[in-house]
Design a protein around this ligand. Structure first.
Ligand SMILES: [Ca+2]
Ligand SMILES: [Ca+2]
Length: 198
């Protein structure tokens, strides 16, 4: 479609320029044409990029709630439950991000308050797993050890020996709990950390 537009624009432009110079000059100024075409193409690309950005924004608002902006990042909570932590990560990656990674107390505090203000009822999945080695918690994306932990009382308890993923838990004012990496329930949500303050 865009190539067709460029082609049609080229014909139109040449015909305009041809008419303009027909009386004085039989030849065309190719540098001028190239410059004009390049400018037109850039304007069209800019327009298409804006359209694409708008579509991505629309899609993001369908899938996630309003973002928290903190430290040049955007954090969003899903409007639907995840089938498993891998699927949740893929949703985050689709928007250029990853499951929210708590790096320090300040970030934990921001995300905890964001979660507690939300309408999510029970828990929100974030980055962190001890699936590879029980009791050793790392980020799934980088394999780096969790730099900050703030567990709820008697957690992590690895209940039924199947709890290898991490969530913030509403029952304990947003503190951490280990939970299963697979589907939990319809109330469960996940949080993504996205680049930029969009
Ligand atoms: Ca575990
Ligand atoms: Ca637990």
């Amino acid at each position: 479609m865009s190539r067709l537009l460029v082609l049609l624009s080229t014909f139109q432009l040449i015909s305009c320029i041809d008419a303009q110079f027909n009386n004085d000059y039989p030849t065309l100024d190719l540098d001028f044409i190239n410059g004009a075409l390049l400018q037109q193409h850039q304007e069209m690309c800019h327009f298409e990029w804006l359209t694409l950005e708008k579509r991505i924004d629309t899609l993001r608002s369908l899938l996630f709630g309003a973002p928290l902006v903190y430290s040049n990042k955007s954090y969003v909570i899903s409007k639907f439950p995840h089938k498993n932590s891998g699927e949740a990560m893929k949703y985050c990656q689709a928007f250029g991000g990853y499951l929210a990674e708590v790096d320090d107390y300040s970030e934990f505090n921001e995300l905890k308050d964001f979660f507690l203000r939300s309408s999510v009822k029970e828990m929100v999945l974030i980055a962190g797993s001890d699936e590879l080695k029980e009791g050793t918690w790392t980020f799934q994306r980088t394999g780096v050890a969790l730099p900050f932990e703030r567990w709820a009382p008697e957690e992590p308890n690895n209940k039924a020996q199947i709890e290898h993923c991490l969530c913030l838990w509403k029952d304990y004012i947003g503190k951490m709990n280990d939970i299963t990496c697979s589907f939990r329930n319809d109330m469960a949500r996940f949080m993504c950390e996205l680049p930029g303050s969009t």
